[in-house]
Design a protein around this ligand. Sequence first.
Ligand SMILES: *[C@@H]1O[C@H](CO)[C@@H](O)[C@H](O)[C@H]1NC(C)=O
Ligand SMILES: *[C@@H]1O[C@H](CO)[C@@H](O)[C@H](O)[C@H]1NC(C)=O
Ligand SMILES: *[C@@H]1O[C@H](CO)[C@@H](O)[C@H](O)[C@H]1NC(C)=O
Ligand SMILES: *[C@@H]1O[C@H](CO)[C@@H](O)[C@H](O)[C@H]1NC(C)=O
Ligand SMILES: *[C@@H]1O[C@H](CO)[C@@H](O)[C@H](O)[C@H]1NC(C)=O
Ligand SMILES: *[C@@H]1O[C@H](CO)[C@@H](O)[C@H](O)[C@H]1NC(C)=O
Ligand SMILES: *[C@@H]1O[C@H](CO)[C@@H](O)[C@H](O)[C@H]1NC(C)=O
Ligand SMILES: *[C@@H]1O[C@H](CO)[C@@H](O)[C@H](O)[C@H]1NC(C)=O
Ligand SMILES: *[C@@H]1O[C@H](CO)[C@@H](O)[C@H](O)[C@H]1NC(C)=O
Ligand SMILES: *[C@@H]1O[C@H](CO)[C@@H](O)[C@H](O)[C@H]1NC(C)=O
Ligand SMILES: *[C@@H]1O[C@H](CO)[C@@H](O)[C@H](O)[C@H]1NC(C)=O
Ligand SMILES: *[C@@H]1O[C@H](CO)[C@@H](O)[C@H](O)[C@H]1NC(C)=O
Length: 728
Amino acid sequence: MEFGIFVWWLLLLAALFPLSSTYGCLREEREALLQLKASLNSSYDSLTSWNSSHEESNCCDWEYVMCDNTTGHVIELHLYHVRDVSISDYEIEVWYLNASIFLPFQELKYLDLSGNGIFGWVPNEGFERLSRLTKLEVLRLGINHINESFLSSLGQILSLKTLYLRNNLLERPMNFPISELRRLKNLQELYLDSSNIDKSFLRKVGAMTSLNVLTIRGCGLNGSLPIVQGLCELMNLQELDLSQNNFEELLPSCLANMTELQIFDISSNRFNASIDLSPLPSFKSLEYLDLSHNYFNPITFSSFSNLSKLEVIFSDRNKLVDETLSQKWNLGFQLKVFSCSSCLSTKFSRRITRFLHYQFDLQVIILPHNNFSGQFPTWLLENNTSNNNLLGMLPRWMGDMTSLTDIVVTKNQLEALIPVELCNLKSLSFLDLSHNNLNGSIPFCFNWSEIQHVHLNKNRLTGPITSAFKSCSNLVTLNLRDNYLTGNIPDWIGNLSSFSILLLEANYLQGKIPFQICLLGNLSLLDLSHNSFFGQIPQCLSNITFEPTYSKSFISSMSFMSSYSQISDILSRIFHSTMEVYLESDVLPMVDVLQEVEFTTKNIILSYKGDILNYMSGIDLSCNKLEGEIPAELGNLSSIHALNLSFNNLIGSIPTQFSNLHQIESLDLSHNNLDDTIPPQLIELNSLAVFNVAHNNFWGTTPERKAQFGTFDESSYEGNPLLCGPIA
Ligand SMILES: *[C@@H]1O[C@H](CO)[C@@H](O)[C@H](O)[C@H]1NC(C)=O
Ligand SMILES: *[C@@H]1O[C@H](CO)[C@@H](O)[C@H](O)[C@H]1NC(C)=O
Ligand SMILES: *[C@@H]1O[C@H](CO)[C@@H](O)[C@H](O)[C@H]1NC(C)=O
Ligand SMILES: *[C@@H]1O[C@H](CO)[C@@H](O)[C@H](O)[C@H]1NC(C)=O
Ligand SMILES: *[C@@H]1O[C@H](CO)[C@@H](O)[C@H](O)[C@H]1NC(C)=O
Ligand SMILES: *[C@@H]1O[C@H](CO)[C@@H](O)[C@H](O)[C@H]1NC(C)=O
Ligand SMILES: *[C@@H]1O[C@H](CO)[C@@H](O)[C@H](O)[C@H]1NC(C)=O
Ligand SMILES: *[C@@H]1O[C@H](CO)[C@@H](O)[C@H](O)[C@H]1NC(C)=O
Ligand SMILES: *[C@@H]1O[C@H](CO)[C@@H](O)[C@H](O)[C@H]1NC(C)=O
Ligand SMILES: *[C@@H]1O[C@H](CO)[C@@H](O)[C@H](O)[C@H]1NC(C)=O
Ligand SMILES: *[C@@H]1O[C@H](CO)[C@@H](O)[C@H](O)[C@H]1NC(C)=O
Ligand SMILES: *[C@@H]1O[C@H](CO)[C@@H](O)[C@H](O)[C@H]1NC(C)=O
């Protein structure tokens, strides 16, 4: 009896505490992984942790592999871009996959094979084999060469719930094999963005009745949407993305049956009919709406008044008005994100502003290019404090807990002072008031701890920088270009170690360049040009690597997006899908407000948007009163892309160490008092596209006309009377 109880207890314990993590991975799965690695047919080994020589190596610890903790079975394989195919030119190394290799993974749920140059399969080992993996739910095949034949075989993987086929750019449009794929009765999400599909797809897709997400962004489709069958039959859709095609005219009224729709993106098309006549007001579940970049007749907000769940509206470049609801501005929704770039004509701007008076939960507000004049609308800040939810019982000055995270009002005509009310926005992360007529000094109260990007350039700001940003410990970008600021660069700058982009060009700043700048180890762009800085160039600048690190700036350029993701689930979904598009296509999401920074290189002003900043790094100290010699240490900046020291009073020679600037594309030392000979070693600079030493006192001969130096003409050397050579 007692023994029976004991056994019972043992059994219970065994059930409660299965031999959990003591399992490694299963032997046959480990072998399959090694076979897969061997089959990659790739010259570079990205799977170094998949180590065959080490018998005990637990494959659950290998990179890109995820196992179930209790059974030890492989459940996820994240094999995104593990082969050596250049994304831009992915036709080079083709891969014929042997799908049978995956058969041992009986518990596999998630398989990502994107970006691997898959062209087909080895004979008799096609994708239909994967149909034996009855747990497989998510399959990602973006950036490959998936054509109809592939898809037909996918039609047998009946367990699939999610299928990603983005960026399969085939020569001719793919005749989507609906008849085979309609068998996927569990398929809920289908992502086809940037793939070359045939327009007939839209008429046939209705057969895939289980779909609730369909995205066909940027598929090169055009003409009007089919009016009756097809698309409209997908009545369970929760997300529909038709953006970046060339669809025209009107949204068919049959879409009105999509009452579950939460995310609707039709941006960047040629829709032009009236939105009031569209099915939009029927989308009762709508949370996210992007109408930007179309040709809609003026959009009246009253059309949306019943969409009580609406949180996000992007309506850039549409004319927005509300003329019918002259009494009722309080529409049935409270937005979290409102973006309306170039969307207001002067005539209507007052009205649109009235609508915003009744929005109290805004977190992201984007109103560039709208010709707003007068003072900054401080009511916008005050209205969107969470205190309003307390029926205004707390005094305004306690409005600390504001919801606003991103404010973009660039390229308007705002005047007067920067409002101190901004200082109450403790959650602010992105502020862009650039290209306005703001004056006065920068308020001292700017001490947000969350702020990452501040753009106040091209205004009429005066006074010193003093302590304005002293405690903004997360500041990544500070752009104060083109103002009338005076005084020195404050010493506290050295405490803001997160700085990556510091742009102070074209002000009246003076004094020495403080050594504290050298403490900014993450700096990638430093522009102090067109000021009155004097003294020597700090040699410690070489303590900074000026490395345009990919991940770092990726995060900063996406910070605008990441602040969405805090908003709600739906937004985080958007964020993730944007990330995916980003990762799979290597292009930026089309968001107007991704921070834009101009940096002079190659003699032209290129506008670097978002992630492109990652590839850019440089120092511009031109047009100041700097003196002394060029520190030889600057030759250690082997990652720098641009260096401009022109129009100063520098003397001495070009350090021979400059031949170590392996990444440099633009080197401008013109208009100084430099002398000596030009180091012949400079011809080792293989990336150099712009080289200028004009108007100095160089003597001797010009560098050999070899490599990049074969491309420079006399304008690079003029104004050096003692310099000779074939082109001087
Ligand atoms: C594999 O593991 C063994 C033993 O741990 C180690 O000596 C070897 O360097 C590893 N090989 C690779 C390619 O990592
Ligand atoms: C598996 O283990 C990881 C790390 O120990 C843990 O984060 C995760 O929640 C576990 N998953 C399950 C399903 O137990
Ligand atoms: C391996 O790559 C070469 C070209 O790089 C290609 O000709 C060959 O078919 C590929 N083999 C497999 C099995 O994918
Ligand atoms: C494909 O993989 C399976 C399982 O590993 C193997 O038995 C078969 O020989 C492979 N086929 C080809 C053509 O390489
Ligand atoms: C699809 O690709 C496979 C492998 O490259 C090829 O054999 C087949 O002919 C292609 N099918 C179509 C319809 O283009
Ligand atoms: C749609 O695009 C196709 C292919 O580019 C073109 O031939 C056709 O004329 C376009 N149709 C319309 C209505 O623009
Ligand atoms: C909506 O669906 C119903 C039932 O399927 C159908 O009768 C009706 O025509 C559809 N409405 C539109 C506008 O397509
Ligand atoms: C929409 O554009 C089409 C041609 O692209 C034109 O025929 C039609 O008149 C336009 N409709 C409106 C309402 O502007
Ligand atoms: C909003 O709903 C009310 C009540 O159901 C209805 O009377 C009104 O027409 C609707 N407005 C719009 C713009 O659909
Ligand atoms: C929002 O701002 C407008 C304009 O100043 C004001 O009339 C309205 O009372 C404010 N709403 C709240 C709740 O403070
Ligand atoms: C902008 O506003 C000014 C007056 O405030 C007006 O003269 C100008 O025409 C407006 N520009 C546009 C493009 O609406
Ligand atoms: C720069 O680096 C040198 C050598 O590592 C160090 O001695 C010096 O203190 C650093 N300067 C600054 C300003 O950090």
